[in-house]
Ligand binder design. Structure first.
Ligand code: OGA
Ligand code: MN
Length: 230
């Protein structure tokens, strides 16, 4: 089966990181206990975090464990029929299987309309099918920019089953980067510059360290909504 999302052009761009995140977490600033209100975004410099802030969002606990269960119930059977794909010579994704879906049961539809109304500009036409990407524990997504031909200004994704780290790197300046901690149950949103001028990637388990803290990467499923190019 040829999936629509397979034609998304995924641009690779190896990036070299010369510095470690220096940004202090919000908990360090506010004196709150770590893990309760830990910053979910760190970057190469505070100015970049400030500037890109409005275009990058991570909303912790956007779905409940029960809602995750509703997605798993709808998706697991279909996914299990597919095999994880490894080592596509030109692929941006390693160790994955994917599907897309237009029609959803009530519980999932409820969550998806929350995503749509929360993430996209009002009236913005959306890509009909929702994209589901199932990364194996050993899977990862290499740096790429989603096709500007097929997707518009906004990408919004739910993270199921595992925490993970999404790294954004400026396309023309590898020194400019942001790391996003995507906790299980969270929603992330990439908009505008963050979507067009930065590559994004999901780190493999071995490299999954956020702000100096190890974040084990298990099997992870993302449910991704996109809008159409304007
Ligand atoms: C993609 C992608 C991110 C995610 O499929 O193009 O970047 O959260 N996915 O799975
Ligand atoms: Mn992408």
């Amino acid at each position: 089966m040829k999936l629509l999302l397979n034609v998304l052009k995924r641009i690779h761009k190896p990036a070299v990181y010369s510095s470690q995140p220096r940004c202090r977490s919000s908990s360090a600033r506010s004196g709150l206990l770590p893990l309760r209100d830990e910053a979910l975004i760190v970057g190469s410099n505070p100015e970049l975090v400030q500037r890109l802030g409005p275009q990058v969002e991570v909303r912790r606990g956007f779905i409940t464990e029960e809602e995750e269960g509703a997605f798993m119930q709808e998706l697991e059977l279909g996914l299990k029929k597919k095999r994880y794909e490894f080592d596509h010579w030109d692929g941006a994704i390693h160790g994955y299987r994917e599907t897309e879906r237009v029609m959803w049961g009530e519980r999932c539809e409820e969550v998806l309309s929350r995503v749509r109304s929360g993430a996209f500009p009002e009236g913005s036409p959306l890509l009909g099918p929702v994209h589901i990407l199932d990364l194996d524990k050993t899977g990862y997504i290499k740096p790429h920019i989603d096709s500007v031909k097929f997707c518009g200004s906004t990408i919004a994704g739910l993270s199921l089953l595992s925490d993970s780290i999404m790294r954004l790197v400026k396309e023309d300046d590898a020194e400019e980067w942001l790391d996003l901690l995507l906790p299980r149950f969270s929603l992330y949103i990439l908009r505008d510059q963050a979507r067009y001028n930065f590559t994004h990637q999901i780190l493999k388990d071995e490299e999954s360290v956020f702000n100096g803290q190890r974040v084990p990467r298990l099997r992870r499923i993302s449910v991704i909504c996109r809008n159409l190019p304007g």
